[in-house]
Design a protein around this ligand. Structure first.
Ligand code: AGP
Length: 615
C-alpha cells in the first residue's frame, strides 16, 4: 500500500520525510517522491524517482543545494504502490497542479477520476501522468480562492472512492493540509512541528502522541498550530492517543506476522477488488481493463487458465464460474504444463494468466506461448506494471495492496472475486440474465462481510489449530467448489507449518489415499451448505470409521454436521459461487495458528520465495 509522510516545522523536511518513507518501505512500493517548499522562496521543488527510496535519496542529493540550514521546513513525500498507471517517475507522487503552485500525495482509489479528468481537460487542464491523483491537484487549483483549506475541502467533496491526502502550496510556505476518507492518515503531535503519515511507523520515532484522523476530517497545520475540522469547517475534537508499540511491531500494524495482517486485511482488500466495478442495476460489472466490448466477449469460445500454486487453485474456482455462468468451456492448466505440452489454442481462445506477483516465470512462459499461438491473453495480477501485466497489456488488477507474506492469502480471495466478475461480464453477453447477474453482484458486494465473520472467529480457530498442531499428516477434502478450496487449504498448511498435507477430491479418497487414514491423520472436510455436502458427509463417516479425526468446515447453524465431525469451524451461509472465500479464510487462519504453535518462521518459510522467477 502507498506511504505518505508530511512535515511542517523548523527542521529539515526532506530528511524527516525520507526517513519516514523508509519506515513505510515494508508496505511495498514501486516509486517514491518528495515536494518541498524551500525557505524564503515562493516555489515548490519536486524530486521523484521510479524504484526504491535509495534512488530518491540520490535524486535529492543531486538536485538540492547542500547547506547547513534546512533547505525546507515544509514538505510532503510518498511511496507509491501503483494502482492506476505504470510505476514510472511521471506517475510517482507528489503530483503538481497545472500552475505548479499546489502539490498533493494520495493513498486510495478515486472511482470517478475519469469523469473528473475529462471535465478538467475540457476546462484546459493538461495531464502529465496516468494517475487518478493528478486530478486532485488540478481540482485544488480550480477551487483555490486564497484559502488553501477551503480549496482542498471543496476539491475532495467532488471525489468518489477513497483518499488519504496531504497538500502543500507555494502560496502558503508554512501551511500543510491533510484530509482522509477511507485511507488512514495519522498526525504526530509535536512541539513546534507537525508530522502526518499513512501509518504510525513513520511518526513513532518523533513522538508517542498521535491523532488518528476520521473520514471527513481535514487538518490544517502550521509549526505552532494544529486544527481539525469537518469539510464544512466545523471544528472536531480528536484527542491524542499514546502509542506504546515498538517499531518492529508497528511495521506489521501491530500484527505478529505479515501473513496474519494480510488475512485480516481481506475485508478491505475484497472491497477494493470490487470497488467501482459492480453495476447492480444492470446485474453486471465494469471491467475496463479487459479492453473487451460485448461483441468480442460474446465470441470467446474457450477460456484457458494458466497459473501456479495458490493462483492455480483460484483458477480452478474460476473454471467453475466461466462454465456455470458464461457457458464457456474452460480448461485449467499448471502454467509450466500448459507451456510445455504444445497447447491447442483455437482462434477464439481467451487465456487468463493468474499471478499475484505478475512475475512467475512458468506463468509468463505460458503467456508468451499462448500469445505466439494467437490467443487473446488477459492478466489477473496484483502488482501493477508487473511483467505479466505489461506483456498481456490488458486484464483486471486485484487492487489487494502489496502481499508481503510468502504464503498467499488476500490474493487468493481477490482472484476469486475478480474472476467471478469476469464471468459475470462474459455471462451477460450470453445466457446470464439480468436478475441472476443482480443476485451475483449483490453477493459479491457482501464478500467483505463474509470474510470478516470468519476472521471474527479467530480465537475459536486458534484453539482448534493448537489442538491439532502436533499432527504430522493431514488430508483436506472437498467436492465441486470445495475441491480447489481443499487443495488451497492443504497448500497453506504445508508451506508454513512444514506438515505433510494433501488436498483430495472427497470422492477420490476411497481410490487409494484412504489407506493412509488412522487416528494420527486428521481430515479437514470442507462441507458448507452447498451441493455436494451430503456426499462429503458420507466421506467424513468413512474417515471416522478409520479413526481419523475430522475437522469440518461447515455453515453456521448446520447442527447435523456436528454429529459427523470431531470439531467444526463455522463459516457464514452464502451463495455457492462465493463459498470458497469464507472457507479458505478459515483454512488460512487454521494453517497460521498451527504454524505459530509449532514455532515456524511464518512470513518467510524455508525454501520458499514470494515470487518464483525461475522456470
Ligand atoms: C502460495 O501461498 C505460494 N506462495 C505460491 O504457490 C504462489 O501462489 C505461486 O508461486 C504463484 O505465485 P503468483 O501468484 O505470484 O504467480
Amino acid at each position: 500500500m502507498c506511504g505518505i509522510v508530511g512535515y511542517v516545522g523548523n527542521r529539515d523536511a526532506a530528511n524527516i520525510i525520507i526517513s519516514g518513507l523508509r519506515r513505510l518501505e515494508y508496505r511495498g512500493y514501486d516509486s517514491a517522491g518528495v515536494a518541498l517548499s524551500p525557505e524564503g522562496e515562493n516555489t515548490l521543488k519536486v524530486v521523484k524517482r521510479a524504484g526504491k527510496i535509495v534512488n530518491l535519496e540520490a535524486g535529492v542529493q543531486k538536485e538540492l543545494p547542500t547547506s547547513e540550514e534546512p533547505y525546507a521546513g515544509l514538505g510532503i513525500g510518498h511511496t507509491r504502490w501503483a494502482t492506476h498507471g505504470q510505476p514510472t517517475e511521471e506517475n510517482a507522487h507528489p503530483h503538481l497542479s497545472q500552475n505548479g503552485q499546489f502539490a498533493v500525495v494520495h493513498n486510495g482509489i478515486i472511482d470517478n477520476y475519469a469523469g473528473l479528468k475529462e471535465k478538467l481537460i475540457a476546462d484546459g487542464y493538461t495531464f502529465k501522468s496516468e494517475t487518478d491523483t493528478e486530478v486532485i491537484a488540478h481540482l485544488i487549483e480550480a477551487c483555490y480562492d486564497g484559502d488553501l483549506r477551503g480549496a482542498v475541502a471543496r476539491a475532495v467533496e467532488t471525489l468518489e472512492g477513497t483518499y488519504g491526502i496531504c497538500v502543500i502550496s507555494s502560496l502558503h510556505p508554512k501551511l500543510m493540509i491533510a484530509a482522509r476518507k477511507g485511507s488512514p492518515i495519522v498526525i504526530g503531535v509535536c512541539k513546534g512541528e507537525t508530522i502526518v503519515a499513512s501509518d504510525v511507523s513513520a511518526i513513532v520515532s518523533h513522538t508517542d502522541q498521535v491523532i488518528f484522523m476520521d473520514d471527513g476530517d481535514i487538518l490544517t497545520a502550521t509549526p505552532d498550530t494544529l486544527d481539525i475540522t469537518s469539510l464544512k469547517n466545523v471544528p472536531v475534537s480528536r484527542p491524542p492517543t499514546t502509542i506504546d508499540w515498538d517499531l518492529g511491531e508497528i511495521e506489521k500494524g501491530g500484527y505478529e506476522h505479515f501473513m496474519l495482517k494480510e488475512i485480516y486485511e481481506q475485508p478491505v482488500a475484497l472491497a477494493n477488488a470490487t470497488r467501482g466495478r459492480l453495476v447492480p442495476k444492470e446485474g453486471s460489472v465494469k471491467l475496463s481493463g479487459m479492453q473487451m466490448d460485448a461483441y468480442e466477449m460474446a465470441r470467446i469460445d474457450r477460456v484457458s487458465i494458466a497459473a501456479c500454486g495458490t493462483s492455480l487453485y483460484a483458477g480452478m474456482v474460476g473454471k467453475n464460474f466461466f462454465e456455470e455462468f458464461a457457458s464457456i468451456p474452460t480448461e485449467i492448466q499448471q502454467a509450466a504444463e500448459f507451456r510445455d505440452r504444445n497447447p491447442i489454442v483455437l482462434r477464439d481462445t481467451c487465456m487468463l494468466a493468474i499471478s499475484q506477483s505478475g512475475e512467475t516465470a512458468d506463468t509468463l512462459a505460458a503467456v508468451r506461448e499462448a500469445t505466439r499461438k494467437g490467443a487473446t491473453v488477459l492478466g489477473v495480477c496484483n502488482v501493477v506494471g508487473s511483467t505479466i501485466a505489461r506483456e498481456t497489456g490488458r486484464g483486471v488488477y486485484l487492487h489487494a495492496g502489496p502481499e508481503i507474506g510468502v504464503a498467499s492469502t488476500k490474493a487468493f480471495t481477490c482472484q476469486v472475486s475478480v474472476m467471478a466478475m469476469m464471468a459475470i461480464a462474459m455471462g451477460r453477453t450470453r445466457r446470464l440474465s439480468e436478475h441472476a447477474g443482480q443476485a451475483m453482484v449483490e453477493e459479491l458486494a457482501r464478500i467483505p462481510e463474509l470474510a470478516q465473520r470468519v476472521i471474527d472467529r479467530n480465537d475459536e480457530i486458534k484453539a482448534m489449530a493448537e489442538k491439532y498442531a502436533s499432527k504430522n499428516d493431514f488430508f483436506y477434502i472437498g467436492r465441486g467448489y470445495m475441491f480447489p478450496a481443499a487443495l488451497e487449504g492443504a497448500l497453506k498448511l504445508k508451506e508454513i507449518s512444514y506438515i505433510h498435507a494433501e488436498g483430495y477430491h472427497a470422492a477420490e479418497l476411497k481410490h487409494g489415499p484412504i489407506a493412509l487414514l488412522c487416528d494420527d491423520v486428521p481430515v479437514v472436510a470442507a462441507a458448507p451448505m452447498i451441493p455436494g455436502r451430503e456426499k462429503t458427509i458420507a466421506n467424513m463417516q468413512e474417515c471416522r470409521a478409520r479413526k481419523s479425526p475430522v475437522v469440518a468446515i461447515a455453515t453456521e447453524g448446520d447442527s447435523e454436521i456436528k454429529t459427523h465431525a470431531d470439531d467444526v469451524i463455522w463459516v457464514p451461509d452464502c451463495m455457492e459461487f462465493v463459498s470458497p472465500i469464507p472457507v479458505v479464510v478459515a483454512e488460512q487462519l487454521f494453517a497460521y495458528h498451527v504454524a505459530r504453535a509449532r514455532g515456524c518462521e511464518i512470513d518467510q518459510p524455508r525454501n520458499l520465495a514470494k515470487s518464483v522467477t525461475v522456470e
